[in-house]
Write a protein that binds this ligand. Structure first.
Ligand code: UD1
Ligand code: UDP
Length: 358
């Protein structure tokens, strides 16, 4: 039996780990470290509960501060645990500071690193996630890529031999959990505190990227676009920009936008399935919109998942109101044969590969 340490800390990592941890534990020992990067109940524990993710063995309680403070503090704590637990390998997911901290701590101790969701590239050097993912990819033993596009990026950087096309865990998760709740079962009154009329439909908005939340202007453009639409918008607000979003909402009287607390994963998928279209800067939600065949507008300066940007299904726009509105109007066409994110068995491929390559 091999022993693995898994390092997770942010909302999308809980979702991905849900599709791996229970499988991994069938034949191996897994020690789970939660860095604490996300810590509110509805950003963390709720996901463990509803997706039956094994409880973390360690919670480091490290969040906030500068990137270096957060990453450095995590590294110090993770190193102690790795020295104590002596794992055969470490699993890290995606591109957050928790990912980089886990990978760097392990690399210095010569512990093999398995990087899940490797090879995504924005080619934007200042994007914090780009720095995290490039560094992590280059020190990992095996790189699991979601798409052929990601594989190409890894090949371009000389990492082909260590890379495996696993498919996307977010697709695995979508296939499993989107069955749990229909949008008709959503209690919109509890969610919004309002008797809202959704008979004509609603839009689903999320926004949390540093690029869109570091000042008022980007978020304001996004909110103004949503408030000009024909129907209301449901917007679960990420804690990063809660204060700013509430202030803008009050100041500009944006009543058509319903700000709500972050919801759990099952609720988020239900909201997605019922909505008319999605506006987001989230890497996860833009793929889920694609899976659910919902039109998506991604508000960012660079594409993160170009695979979704075909046939009008997802367009990238800078944060300008009119551009967002124009993009939303463009129709999408769906080719059911086109599925670049695998077969929904990424978890099995990942676990099998790790176990065979230890
Ligand atoms: C992080 C990731 C980003 C990922 C996102 C998923 C990095 C550099 N960024 O961004 O790649 O897309 O998670 O959601 O790792 N906060 C709370 N409660 C929480 C979580 C955060 O109040 O449960 C607040 C904290 O004050 C924190 C701020 O939100 O300072 C930002 O959180 P942080 O984890 O630094 O960045 P995210 O924007 O969440
Ligand atoms: N999500 C959620 N609750 C919310 C908003 C989003 O569960 O209130 C889900 C969403 O469905 C997707 C994931 O969180 O599965 C995306 O995470 P996030 O946007 O935080 O990070 P990113 O994908 O951009 O890294």
């Amino acid at each position: 039996m091999s022993k693995f340490v898994t390092v997770i800390g942010a909302r999308p990592q809980f979702i991905k780990a849900a599709m791996v941890s229970n499988l991994l534990r069938r034949e191996n020992i897994e020690i789970m470290i939660h860095t604490g990067q996300h810590y509110d109940y509805n950003m963390s524990e709720l996901f463990f509960d509803e997706m039956h993710i094994p409880k973390p063995n360690y919670n480091l309680g490290i969040s906030g501060g500068t990137h270096a403070q957060m990453t450095g503090n995590m590294m110090i704590a993770i190193e102690d645990i790795l020295l104590k637990e002596k794992p055969d390998g470490i699993l890290v997911y995606g591109d957050t500071n928790s990912t980089l901290a886990g990978a760097l701590s392990a690399a210095k101790l010569h512990i093999p690193i398995y990087h899940i969701e490797a090879g995504t590239r924005t080619h934007c050097d200042t994007n914090p996630e780009e720095i995290n993912r490039i560094c992590t990819d280059h020190i990992s033993k095996i790189l699991f890529a979601c798409t052929k596009e990601n594989m190409k990026e890894l090949e371009n950087e000389g990492l082909k031999k260590r890379s495996i096309l696993s498919g996307d865990l977010m697709y695995d998760a979508f296939l499993k959990y989107s069955k749990y709740k229909t949008y008709k079962e959503i209690d919109f009154f509890s969610l919004t505190g309002d008797q809202i009329d959704i008979s004509e439909g609603y839009y689903y908005l999320t926004c949390h990227r540093a690029e869109n939340t570091h000042n008022d202007s980007n978020l304001l453009e996004i909110l103004k676009a949503m408030s000009e639409l024909d129907n209301i918008t449901i917007y679960p607000v990420h804690p990063r920009n809660k204060t700013r979003a509430l202030e803008l909402h009050r100041k500009y009287k944006l009543e058509k936008i319903k700000l709500i607390e972050p919801v759990g994963y099952i609720e988020s998928l239900a909201l997605l399935k019922g909505c008319k279209s999605v506006v987001t800067d989230s890497g996860g939600l833009q793929r889920e919109a694609f899976f659910a065949q919902k039109k998506c507008v991604t508000v960012l300066d660079f594409p993160v998942w170009p695979e979704t940007m075909v046939d009008g299904r997802n367009c990238i726009v800078h944060p300008y109101k009119d551009d967002i509105l124009n993009c939303l109007e463009k129709p999408q066409t769906i080719n059911n044969m086109y599925m670049p994110f695998g077969k929904g068995n990424a978890g099995e491929i990942i676990v099998q590969t790790i176990t065979q390559n230890i």
